[in-house]
Structure formats: C-alpha cells, structure tokens
Design a protein around this ligand. Structure first.
Ligand code: PXG
Length: 471
C-alpha cells in the first residue's frame, strides 16, 4: 500500500479547509446546505468538562450537553478506558442467535436496578429513534399477544420529538417533519401539547387547572377513537426539542389515571429526561407516574458512543416472554458490547459522583435561582426550569406577554449573539433553552447565567435599534 495522500481525520487543517471539505461531502442532519455553505460550519475539535473548543481555538461553554446527552461532561477517563478495554477484548458480537456478551447482560441488569421497580427487562437499540420504532412494534405485538390485534393506535402530542425514523418522526408532532415524506404513518394520532403559555394562559387558566384540561384531551381522543382501538400513549416527561415545555404538576398523574382507566399502555420517552436530567434517574419519577415502557438513549452513555433502547415494564414483559414466542424484531447493534461497556461505566459514574442527587438538591435549585434573576430581564416573559433544563421565553412586551412578530426571529437573533460570545444555547422559536452537563459547578452556572444575561442585553439592543419593540 502506498502512503495516503488524503489527510487522516486528525491531520491539522485550517478552518477554511475543513469548511470546504465539509460542504463538498458531508450532508448534515436538519440543515439547509446552500445556506450553510455560504457561512461555513463551525468545526468543533476538542472538549473538556463543560467546554468545547473550535478549530480557531475559541472556548465555548456547552450549555446543551452536546445534544442533551453528555451528562457526565467531556473527558471522563472511566468511559474512555471502558471503551478501549472492550474494543481490545471483543469489539463486536451480536445477540441474535441465542448468544449474549457480558457488557450487554451487565448493563441490562444495572438498568433494571436504577429504574423504577416495574422495569426488569431491556431491549437495546442504537439510538432513540430506533428505540421508539421498537416501542411501536412492541406495543402492537403486545396487543396481538393479548388477543386484541385491532388495538393498534398510538396517541402522541403536537410539538413532541420522538426521533427521525419513519415511526419516530410520525410519533413526533413536528409539522415541518410531517410535511416531508408522507408522515405520519398510519395508526399514529396527535393531541395538543400541555403548554400553558400557549393554551392555558390566554384562557385565564391557572397552571394546575390547565394541566387537568390538557390531560382531558387524552381522554377525549381515546373516547373518540374507541378505547378498543388505542394501544398506547407516548410523551416526553418534559418536551425537550419542542422548547423545554414543562407541564403543570397536575398533568402526568391525570394522564396516568386516564391510561389506567382504559387499559392504555403508557410510554415515557426518557431519551432526554433519563439519567438524572430532571433530578431523578428518570423523568417519570419527577412527574409521579408509572409507565409501562420507557425509551432511553443519549444519557445512557453520555453520548460517548451511540446506544438506545426500551425499558420494558412487568405488564408487557410478562406477555412477551411468557406468551409471545419470537418477537420478530431487532438490530445488528442491539446490545453492542462496546456501547454497553461505556453505558455501564457511565451509569456507575453517575452513581459514584451522586449526579442525580446533585441535580435534585444542589445545581438544579441553583440554576432555578439564576433563572429567577434572569426572569427580571426586560426581554423575558417567562422563565422556567426542571432539574438541569431551563427555558426563557422572549417577548416584545413584558407587561402583557405580547410576542415579537414572527419575521423578527428573535430567538435566532439571540442565538447569533450566543455563538459570538462563546455560549451554546438553543433557540426553539422564541424560547431560549439550556441543558448543561450534570457535572456543572455552581461557579460554572454563574458563568453560564452571566453569558446568558450578556446575550439578552445584546439582543435587547438589536431590538431597540431595529424597532422590533414598537407596536
Ligand atoms: N426521543 C426524544 C425525546 C429525543 O429528544 C429522540 C427520541 C431521538 O433520538 P436519536 O438518538 O435517534 O436522535 C430524541 C432526540 C433538538 C434535537 O433539536 C433533539 C434530539 C435530536 C436532535 C435534535 O433539540 N433528540
């Protein structure tokens, strides 16, 4: 073999060289490539703790944990060592033909231990989207086994995010995704989301009152479809990609009561909320409900390697294991040994560092206090947190809560400042959202809040200069 003429992935190149090669060859997720090619992608080259560095050497505070996943922060040696050791010992073997590998068995065992008591079984996938495809197949299989094959509809919610595969995007309630490729697939229907600001406040409802109203939409939909047709209801404990929509405390217990009343399976999509994000191991514990199935991904390995899956509760597991025979479903990477070895090291580290308790008792309340101060900013109409997730709603008129004109794209204006100031904060419409690594310290939260305030000030100056605040 002759020496390589193309650069290896780690060879230094200038930012412009990276950007050129990127726009020639790499199709990114959810990206307008013509517009990206004009600007050039930001190239991230390394990370440590809660900070990233780009190819120009700028340090960036990553208040989104990569993409809601790097719960233990960057550079954790225990995870790196676990991957390296497993790669050397057994980089791959499958779990199909009556075989298993020690990391997959051990991780399944550990997940059963840290999850609520009804969960003793795990089905592994490679991602959250695949996990939700598994959910759809599994709940339909469950009702087949139970002798009710006509019970095949899954109810989800508008502005939910459940992934980007055919089933994942169909379960999701994103209009822009449904508009491309003939979605949703048959048998998936949506109800309105429990977003108080949009659907409760204009009606003059108190938050908790609205929670019951929003849950009643589920009962209405079940009755309209016929309970004998409804297999399951799926929801994120807190809607992440939808803009950190935190439901009123009254919502989930009422959803649980309705599912119980009609025998509908309850699925908690814990891809973002799992592994400590809300101050409990899983978001359903924060919400006080008892799901039958839980989708997980992201935080299970802190994003170091891809892994997802479904925790299967006793009701479904009993039917599938004892009466179901072969479930004709699975992925090459179901129980991938390297991914599971990293998952094991990650879950153990979360436990050793006490990160779940830390979010609940220390940094979660500390972020909430910082958010209460930011609530006073002239641009902020509403400020909410749940564990280590936070959202700031930007409004044109603080007194009335009136929104900016949509063409202003105030969230994007704010996000542009964040980029320049060295902060990763997401904009979802007019909601600015954060979900920092769970290892973040109080001092780092002070730094985060200071950067947020600075970016809000800069955005306010834009709004004043451009006349966006005028009626
Ligand atoms: N469920 C939930 C609740 C998610 O947040 C998925 C499923 C799909 O997981 P995979 O691993 O297939 O991506 C997710 C993913 C955003 C954003 O813009 C959020 C996600 C993915 C990409 C972007 O906030 N969440």
């Amino acid at each position: 073999m002759t020496a390589h003429t193309t650069a290896s992935p780690t060879a230094p190149r200038t930012t412009a060289e990276w950007q050129h090669a990127d726009s020639r060859h790499f199709l990114h997720p959810f990206t307008d490539h013509r517009s990206l090619a004009r600007k050039g992608a930001r190239i991230i080259t390394r990370a440590e703790g809660i900070y990233l560095w780009d190819s120009d050497g700028h340090r960036i505070l990553d208040a989104m944990s990569g993409l809601w996943c790097v719960n233990v922060g960057y550079g954790q040696k225990a995870l790196i060592d676990a991957a390296t050791k497993q790669l050397g010992e057994l980089p791959f073997y499958n779990a199909f033909f009556q075989t298993a590998t020690p990391p997959a068995i051990e991780l399944a065992e550990l997940l059963a231990e840290v999850s609520p008591p009804q969960f003793e079984h795990v089905f592994f996938s490679g991602s959250g989207s695949e996990g939700n495809d598994t959910v759809v197949r599994m709940v339909r299989r469950y009702w087949d086994v139970m002798g009710q094959p006509g019970r095949d509809i899954v109810i989800s919610r508008r502005n939910a995010y459940h992934g980007s595969t055919m089933a994942g995007a169909s379960l999701g309630g994103m209009a822009g995704m449904h508009a491309q490729g003939g979605l949703p697939i048959p048998g998936i229907v949506h109800i309105e989301q429990p977003y108080w600001w949009e659907h409760g406040r204009p009606q003059g409802l108190a938050r908790e009152e609205f929670g019951l109203v929003a849950a009643a939409w589920l009962e209405e939909k079940i009755l309209a479809l016929g309970p004998h047709r409804v297999a399951a209801f799926i929801g994120e404990p807190v809607q992440g990609a939808g803009g950190v929509i935190i439901p009123p405390a009254s919502y989930w217990p009422e959803v649980q009561r309705i599912c119980d009343k009609f025998g509908v399976l309850l699925v908690s999509d814990e891809v973002i909320c799992g592994f400590g994000r809300t101050g409990n191991w899983f978001g359903c514990e924060t919400n006080g409900c008892r799901p039958d199935l839980m989708t997980f991904a992201k935080g299970v390995t802190s994003g170091y390697v891809p892994l997802g899956g479904v925790l299967v509760g006793d009701r479904v597991a009993r039917a599938l294991v004892e009466r179901g025979g072969e479930f004709a479903h699975g992925y090459t990477y179901s129980g991938h040994p390297v991914a599971c070895a990293v998952g094991l090291a990650n879950v153990r580290l979360i436990r050793e560092l006490g990160l779940v308790e830390r979010v609940r008792d220390d940094v979660g309340p500390y972020l909430a206090a910082a958010w209460r101060e930011l609530a006073g900013h002239p641009l902020v109409g509403d400020a909410e947190t749940c564990g280590l997730m936070g959202a700031l709603l930007l409004v044109r008129d603080k007194a009335t809560g009136a929104p900016f004109a949509p063409e202003v794209e105030i969230g994007m204006a704010c996000r542009a400042h964040c980029f320049r100031e060295g902060l990763v904060m997401r904009a979802v419409g007019d909601r600015m959202i954060v979900a920092p690594p769970l290892v973040i310290t109080r001092a780092e939260i002070d730094e985060l809040a200071g950067l947020v305030r600075r970016c809000l000030d800069l955005t306010l100056a834009d709004a004043q200069r451009e006349g966006w605040l005028a009626r």
